[in-house]
Unconditional design. Structure first.
Lengths: 438, 311
């Protein structure tokens, strides 16, 4: 007998997922032998990083004493975090877990990650400060940085030039440029400001210099409705109200269509958008350029959107081997070389970034070399800390902003409500929370 | 689903056959009974009873963090605290309102269309019955996630359907009709087949008698066929109500494309958000238990009404 599928499907998905978890648990339990048949140390990895299979294979080939076994899981909020959190709670987590900078503190609230402070102490100077700080919430090192994703502005250089629009250096100039774009082509907009992406919105607020979270003594301080964030919200509210930007999601069918037809002349993106552009609009080669984000009052600053790191389970029986693999993954030139064969990596480790830069073939962008712009952007990233409920706040802020397009609410109101939600959520978990700017 | 098969509806002395079975020794029979029931009982225990009890247990606890929260949670017993949280949560109320509106719009339209189509196919008017019923049934064979993605594509501005509508199907006020539309598209065929099967079981002599008395097609449908398949309609109603309360996949898929679907849009999404985004398993368990209770009460109510109506 079939019950309604709208009931049946999630249940089925759920069962499959549980079965998968159970199976993983069984493997962890029964096959908990930490060595393979050939005597190599077995290191289990869960990750959704593109190309992780290639990295693991290269590592295994070069290190016969360690066997890295990869299990590809659903990405981030599509199920990856839920699966990893459940595994940590159930004490059958793999040795290595995938933790984006923005998800690391929330994963840490399981109490199941290994403190890597001493294991990695010697690596600090090799990384972009933004990447290194991202793995050190609360002043201890909890993960190994992989890539860094500073935000930059991509724009249609051909169209900007043809219509005499100057590349905006400040947000005031950006508004002027947006008006010029609309005037030049009433169907076109300078960019989309996706209202369904909390991680993007946070990245845009990051630039304004008021971190949403901060560690103050031994407790959290929450400042989602700080001055910088309010300024960002008011600015974009004005842009949306005046019809100067689209609000549709980035990357979906409609967005690709708009890019194809030249209805979007810019993109507020991150380092990984290079790959998105190459894939979505390959025929636009030679039309796009990249520059650092416009700034508030000319003070150089850039937000970050995304970026991955890897953590080690506190219960791992092979922490040395796990750390050895992660050090290789994060710092070895071979990884950057492999990465450049299928993507445009922007490693957090500076020597690896040079390898990627040299291997980059280019051709898609005109104007300033893309790695130079990204480097500049990475140097401008201001101080920021992700909180222990950051992932949840991404969906809360999207819920709150939902009506902004139709005038049902404003971004400023959404930001105020999100502040209240963030504080309430943390207090509910038993944490002491301070509010406002320190 | 025996209620729906034609045999059951036509054969009046159903229990007669069973009474004729030879009676064995009491012990042998009970052992055989145990053996035969064991697979079901074990599966029921492992896959239903244990998880239900575990959910009840979980719903009485919450995780308490301290300091920065990095030293991990401590489980604390809070009795009915999670239930109080859920019941006073405005997001949960909003999700109930959404699903109530969904039920009120979706069920009459969907079951009405299913019944109408079933009667049409059952009547002598329609040709190519199989082709028709197959094509109406086909959407049911498409997985809900795919269905959602197809419709999102049609709803997206500048492509397909959205341009023809006077409102934005992904906007704040258009989202409910959009979800109703997806669910209706998917479920009409399924329920139509159920109704059509039941209609096949309506005794032909009754229909002939009606015709002899001068009843036309519409009169026969309304006064003979519909009353005779009423039990089937109630079963379909119960399933649809329960299924609607668990509304999940459609809003989840749409959420990826519009901010109009909040992360707690339906009660099931509320549970999902609590468990897998907020990491609050206790609140998720409490909300699930409440949802199960509401489903049970509603189905009991519908069954009760159906029993009264058919008396």
């Amino acid at each position: 007998m079939t019950l309604r599928g709208s009931a049946g499907l999630p249940r089925r998905t759920f069962l499959t997922a549980s079965a998968g978890l159970a199976a993983a648990g069984l493997l962890g339990g029964c096959g908990s032998s930490t060595t393979t048949a050939s005597g190599a140390t077995r290191v289990r990895v869960w990750s959704w990083l593109t190309g992780m299979d290639k990295y693991a294979a290269a590592f295994n080939a070069a290190h016969p004493d360690i066997s890295v076994e990869l299990n590809v899981i659903a990405s981030g909020l599509k199920g990856g975090y839920a699966q990893q959190t459940n595994a940590l709670r159930a004490h059958n987590a793999p040795d290595i877990l995938h933790a984006e900078y923005q998800g690391l503190p929330q994963l840490l609230t399981t109490g199941g990650l290994r403190d890597l402070t001493t294991d990695l102490a010697d690596l600090e100077r090799g990384y972009s400060p933004a990447a290194w700080q991202g793995v050190r919430p609360g002043g201890r090192t909890w993960a190994v940085p992989m890539d860094l994703a500073p935000m930059v502005l991509y724009y249609r250089k051909d169209l900007f030039d043809r219509h005499g629009i100057a590349v905006p250096r400040t947000w005031d100039e950006f508004r002027t440029a947006a008006q010029a774009v609309r005037k030049a082509d009433p169907a076109a907009r300078v960019t989309t400001f996706p209202l369904n992406d909390g991680s993007f919105f946070a990245g845009m607020c990051w630039q304004a210099g008021d971190p949403w979270w901060r560690v103050d003594g031994g407790t959290w301080r929450v400042n989602v409705d700080g001055e910088g964030t309010r300024r960002t919200a008011d600015y974009w509210q004005g842009m949306i109200r005046d019809g100067l930007v689209a609000t549709a999601p980035t990357g979906d069918q409609d967005w690709i269509g708009a890019m194809h037809q030249g209805r979007l002349w810019g993109l507020l993106g991150a380092s990984w958008s290079v790959g998105t552009l190459n894939k979505s609009i390959p025929q636009d080669k030679g039309r796009w350029a990249v520059t650092t984000m416009p700034t508030w009052d000319g003070v150089p600053a850039n937000g970050v959107q995304g970026g991955s790191a890897f953590a080690v389970s506190a219960e791992s029986k092979v922490p040395e081997a796990a750390v050895k693999f992660l050090r290789w993954l994060s710092t070895d030139a071979a990884v950057a070389k492999i990465g450049t064969t299928f993507t445009t990596p922007f490693p957090g480790y500076l020597p690896s970034r040079d390898v990627a830069r040299k291997a980059y073939k280019g051709g898609f962008f005109v104007g300033a070399p893309v790695y130079d712009v990204l480097d500049e952007a990475a140097r401008r990233v201001p101080d920021w800390t992700w909180g222990p409920n950051a992932l949840r706040i991404f969906s809360t802020v999207v819920d709150r902003m939902g009506g902004a397009k139709t005038g049902g609410t404003t971004l400023a109101a959404a930001v105020r409500q999100t502040q209240a939600d963030t504080v309430a959520g943390l207090r509910e978990r038993g944490l002491t929370v301070l509010e406002g700017k320190a | 689903m025996t209620v729906l098969t034609p045999e059951r509806a036509t054969s009046t002395p159903a229990p007669a056959g069973r009474a004729g079975a030879p009676v064995r020794g009491r012990r042998g029979r009970s052992r055989a009974g145990l053996v035969l029931a064991a697979p079901f009982a074990i599966l029921l225990t492992v896959t239903v009873l244990v998880p239900v009890l575990y959910a009840l247990y979980l719903s009485l606890f919450t995780d308490r963090l301290s300091g920065l929260g990095f030293s991990g949670p401590r489980q604390a017993f809070i009795a009915l605290g999670n239930y109080a949280d859920v019941l006073t949560d405005s997001a949960f109320h909003a999700s109930l309102v959404n699903v109530a509106l969904f039920v009120l719009i979706h069920i009459p339209i969907m079951l009405g269309m299913a019944l109408g189509l079933a009667l049409l196919i059952d009547s002598a008017v329609v040709r190519l019955k199989r082709l028709w019923s197959l094509s109406v049934f086909l959407p049911y064979a498409v997985p809900t996630v795919i269905t959602g993605l197809i419709w999102v594509y049609l709803y997206t501005p500048n492509s397909g359907l959205a341009g023809l509508l006077p409102f934005d199907p992904l906007g704040k006020s258009g989202i409910l009709p959009s979800i109703v539309n997806i669910a209706t598209w998917q479920w009409v065929g399924y329920n139509m087949i159920i109704f059509y099967t039941a209609l096949q079981a309506v005794p032909r002599d009754v229909l002939e008698a009606a015709r002899a008395d001068g009843a036309g097609g519409i009169r026969t449908a309304w006064s003979i066929k519909v009353p005779m398949i009423r039990p089937t309609m109630f079963v379909a109603l119960v399933f649809t109500v329960i299924g609607s309360l668990q509304l999940f996949t459609e809003p989840l898929v749409l959420r990826g494309f519009t901010g109009s679907v909040t992360s707690t849009w339906s009660p099931s999404l509320y549970v999902y958000e609590a468990a897998f985004i907020a990491g609050d398993y206790g609140r998720a368990a409490a909300a699930s238990v409440l949802l199960a209770l509401v489903s049970a009460l509603l189905s009991a109510l519908v069954m009760r009404l159906s029993a009264r109506r058919s008396r």
